[in-house]
Design a protein around this ligand. Structure first.
Ligand SMILES: [Zn+2]
Length: 124
């Protein structure tokens, strides 16, 4: 229904800063941290997921133990795969959020297209 319109309005309302130098509203958002954070987060999450998938493999193996040796093998495999997948997805979303914070707080995420001044949104 009106969900898309509402979210678009919210995004543009939040991400329309004004240049502190010339007060122009022609601002470009770089989002370096957000992009990097998503990629790094997905990789780190997959790595962490693989580590935690050892736990998943153990759980899967104990559940599969009811089905004998084959059950243990299938159970640990399923547990390991699930652990890796969940880790990657979680890591990506965490990385994006983290990158967003880095963008907003640390990097000069905004660039004025009028006077080329770079700045970040810092609440004083
Ligand atoms: Zn400016």
């Amino acid at each position: 229904m009106s969900d898309i319109n509402t979210s678009q309005f919210n995004v543009s309302a939040v991400s329309t800063p004004v240049c502190p130098c010339c007060e122009s509203s022609r601002i470009r958002i770089r989002n370096y941290g957000k992009k990097t954070g998503g990629t790094v987060g997905a990789v780190a999450g997959a790595a962490a997921g693989t580590a935690s998938s050892i736990g998943g493999a153990e759980v899967g193996a104990s559940i599969g133990a009811a089905g004998g040796p084959l059950g243990i093998a299938l159970g640990s495999l399923a547990g390991a795969i699930l652990g890796g997948l969940i880790g990657g997805a979680t890591g990506c979303s965490v990385g994006v959020k983290l990158g967003q914070v880095v963008d907003d707080r640390i990097l000069d995420n905004y660039e004025c297209q009028n006077c080329c001044h770079s700045f970040s949104l810092q609440t004083r």
